[in-house]
Design a protein around this ligand. Sequence first.
Ligand code: MRU
Length: 314
Amino acid sequence: MEFVDWSDDGPAVVLLDQRALPHETVWLTLRTIDEVVDAIRSLAVRGAPSLGIVGAYGAALACALGTPEAAELVAIARPTAVPLSLGVRRVLTRADDGPAAALEEARAVATEAAVVNARATERAADLVQDLCDGPVRALTVCNTGDLACGPGGSALGAILRLHDRGALTEVLACETRPLLQGARLTVWELARAGAPHRLCVDSAGPAAIASGLVDAVLVGADRIAANGDTANKIGTYSLACAAARSGVPFLVVAPEETIDPGTATGADIVVEERGAEEVRGTTTLADTPVYNPAFDVTPFDLITAVVTEKQVWR
Ligand code: MRU
């Protein structure tokens, strides 16, 4: 399903507001670059591949408004995910050909995402079945379905392919503090797909792996360094440590473009730090100092394979 799209009634970018899920279905119509940037920063739209699509449509909007240079504000709205700036820059290569050409390129970004996702998820589901005997108990973190990636998803998409094949026993979905993309979004997508699942707190994930409740861990990626070190939602590293210790396959499923040849190792990845209020909520003292990294980096030697539309990189 298209959760990020273009509206000719405008021009405008339309998207499902992920902040309102799972209880409300709210569609946003973004008519200015400031609105696009705010939607990205506030996570109305998130997930690396979906950021690529909204980046592309955001650049098309900048062109339609006669301010293509403003697209740069979209490209830098969040620092860690590779596809955001790639989507913007690809559309800007057509800026001189006029708004219609820019929009054509943005639509191509969106269309290609579905093809990429289909290839990567089929390949990842095949690999899981090669590595595991019988139906699979999968664990995942954050949200890597259609909401995060466009049609087909990445890691969650591969899990749902297993479900389609009758090869999925259950999914353990980590809730993903502090913004609960797992509890709000992954559970919503699993319920829509009719896939068996249970929600767990993030700290139960490594324990579930150690207890023998998990056959495979599948996660997405926001940026993969040239050596395979992978930035993904905070909490991923501890899952990878637990999986390595227990001999459980740990797969990263992502579009090939997430592999950034310009980033040599994980040490070069810029990890976004987000606002204190996301962690404080109403739970703690109002002025408590907070450490809130949105991502962590998993070293390549903890990863069984990175699966893209083009390769299984072991
Ligand atoms: O902060 P978010 O929600 O944009 O985080 C990105 C993610 O969705 C995850 O890190 C995901 O596993 C990789 S992108 C599909």
